[in-house]
Every structure is written in structure tokens, then in C-alpha cells.
Design a protein around this ligand. Structure first.
Ligand code: CAA
Length: 283
């Protein structure tokens, strides 16, 4: 991760280093700050002719935008979305078509997709349309998934003679259980937004045109809390995917104790006792 950021910062124009997201010029994504206090970072995948297929350059840009939001003290949450037709139709099949085992294995193909899993700020996927293959996997790397009512989720790699390669077999199984995950991965069949909601893959479903504003509203709600403590809460929940119950509850306890080292914990409890709104400073 640190090494990747070193590479990214080496490849950024000197004038824009550390100067915020507006200085970047992106080809495949649109980046903006949203919300009343401009504290939600929005990344919109914007490769419409390829239904937002996740080519290497697009994912590199997503990583740059995530890095710039992660460094931006104003930003408290990030939303990733696509178009109404497609969140993302998967990894770029045309880019993969002629790849060999040797260059996939030797070059650790798709390793840079994992950057999103190291972001400390909460990331919300707002999924309209197709979230297939790598698109579904990208959504599942986010912390919360909201779906538009016409969204479709699937892992159709089996139809291409391959299998999910960006966490699909693992994260989908944890999210929806073995039977449905197996069915989706082995048949390539898609599920609707409503089925995804019933299975626990997404937390809420909205009308298509309301989706992004609802995701931003969720981001604003999160961003108004202590950013420091939000990151601790995220770390604790994510621990449940990696650790035994004993290890996970120990991590949680330690992070809970850590909140007592912050000004924001003191302010939150004092504000409650004084019957006023807390004024968090992220310290
Ligand atoms: N990669 C590259 N290009 C893609 C693409 C992809 N994953 N998905 C769509 N496109 C391109 C199409 O080739 C087409 O481009 P041209 O006009 O130049 O031919 C354009 O986007 C529009 O696509 P369609 O004409 O196919 O649109 P449609 O509305 O008829 O169908 C669809 C939409 C059902 C999503 C269909 O495009 C489709 O099945 N796409 C592939 C989905 C898929 O298999 N995803 C998994 C990829 S593998 C992967 O992701 C591996 C991993 O785990 C990381």
C-alpha cells in the first residue's frame, strides 16, 4: 500500500501533489465533493461505451481518487457509483483476452484493485444497473452497498471460462451464504436488487434517480461523526471478516478503549450529559 502510494505520487504532476483532487485530470472517472459541507467524496465511473468495464487505467484513477480523498481532512466518507445503466460490467474482457498465465501470475494481475480495502474512511457503493464480475466485486469491497431498484448483481466469469478473481468467491459467500453464492458463481445467473437486499448483499434499495443522493446523504451522516472514531468503528467491523470471535472481540475492546484517548469521545459524552449537539473535531 505505502509502496503503491509512493508510485502514485511519483507519477503525479509535481504541481498537484498534495494539493487536492481538483488538480487531477481523469479520463475514466468523474470526481467531486458532495453534501452541504462538501464532506462526501464522489467517484463516478465514467466509461459509458464499455459499460464502465474496469480497465487498468480506470482502476488506477480510482486508486488516485481514493488516495486524494483519504488525505483530504474535509472528507468523511466516499461514494462510488457508475451510470444508471451500469455500475460496472466487470473487468475489461478485451484487455484480458490475450493475457497469459505467466503475465497474470508474474505481474500479480489485479493486485492493485485491493487498494480500496485499505482505505480508512467509509466507502459506499451506489449501484445502478449492472454490477457484474469485477463490478460486483468492486461493490463488495466497499463498506455499504445501496442499490437502485433496477440493479443486477452477478458473477458471470464462468461463462467466460474463468472464475471471479477480485474476491467474488469469498466476499459474496460471506454476504449471501454458500448456496446462493455457489449458484451465482457456478451458473453465472444474476440476481435483482430486491433479491440482493433479501440476501443481505445490499442494505437499502432506492428508485434509480434517488440512489446517488441517498448514498451521499448516508455519507454525510457518517461524515458528521468523529472521523477518527468512524475509522475505528470500520476497523472493528472489518475485523469480523478476518478474526475468530475471541480475537475480534479483543480487537473491538482495544479500539473501544482507544476512543477514550480521543477528544471526540469526551466531547460526545459531555454533549449528551449537557443535552447539546456534539461538536467533533476529529481529535
Ligand atoms: N469488458 C469489456 N467490454 C465490455 C464489458 C467488459 N466486461 N462489458 C461490456 N463491454 C462492452 C461491450 O463489448 C460493448 O462494446 P462494443 O460496443 O465495442 O462492442 C459495450 O460494452 C456494450 O456492451 P453490450 O453490447 O454487450 O451491451 P448489452 O446491453 O447488450 O449487454 C451486458 C450488457 C449484459 C453487461 C454485457 O455487456 C455483458 O455480458 N458484459 C460482460 C459481463 C461480464 O462477463 N463480466 C465479467 C468480466 S470478467 C471479470 O470481471 C473477472 C474478475 O473477477 C475480476
Amino acid at each position: 500500500m505505502a509502496a503503491l502510494y509512493r508510485v502514485l505520487s511519483r507519477t503525479m504532476p509535481v504541481a498537484v501533489r498534495g494539493s487536492g483532487l481538483r488538480a487531477f485530470s481523469y479520463q475514466h472517472i468523474i470526481v467531486a465533493k458532495k453534501g452541504g459541507q462538501q464532506n462526501v467524496g464522489l467517484i463516478q465511473l465514467n466509461r459509458p461505451k464499455a459499460l464502465n468495464a474496469l480497465c487498468n487505467d480506470l482502476m488506477t484513477e480510482v486508486n488516485q481518487a481514493l488516495d486524494s480523498f483519504e488525505r483530504d481532512a474535509q472528507i468523511g466518507a466516499i461514494v462510488i457509483t457508475g451510470s444508471e445503466k451500469a455500475f460496472a460490467a466487470g473487468a475489461d474482457i478485451k484487455e484480458m483476452q490475450n493475457r497469459t498465465f505467466q503475465d497474470c501470475y508474474g505481474g500479480n494481475f489485479l493486485a492493485h484493485w485491493n487498494v480500496i480495502c485499505s482505505v480508512k474512511k467509509p466507502v459506499i457503493a451506489a449501484v445502478n444497473g449492472y454490477a457484474l464480475g469485477g463490478g460486483c466485486e468492486l461493490a463488495m469491497m466497499c463498506d455499504i452497498i445501496y442499490a437502485g431498484e433496477k440493479a443486477q448483481f452477478g458473477q458471470p466469469e464462468i461463462l467466460l471460462g474463468t472464475i471471479p478473481g477480485a474476491g467474488g468467491t469469498q466476499r459474496l459467500t460471506r454476504a449471501v451464504g454458500k448456496s446462493l453464492a455457489m449458484e451465482m458463481v457456478l451458473t453465472g445467473d444474476r440476481i435483482s436488487a430486491q433479491e440482493a437486499k433479501e440476501a443481505g448483499l445490499v442494505s437499502k434499495v432506492f428508485p434509480v434517480e434517488k440512489l446517488v443522493e441517498e448514498a451521499v446523504a448516508c455519507g454525510e451522516k457518517i461524515a458528521n461523526h468523529s472521523k477518527l472514531v468512524v475509522s475505528m468503528a470500520k476497523e472493528a467491523v472489518n475485523g469480523s471478516f478476518e478474526l475468530t470471535l475471541a480475537e475480534g472481540t479483543r480487537l473491538e475492546k482495544r479500539l473501544f478503549h482507544c476512543t477514550f484517548a480521543t477528544d471526540d469521545r469526551k466531547e460526545g459524552m459531555t454533549a449528551f450529559v449537557e443535552k447539546r449537539k456534539a461538536n467533533f473535531t476529529d481529535h
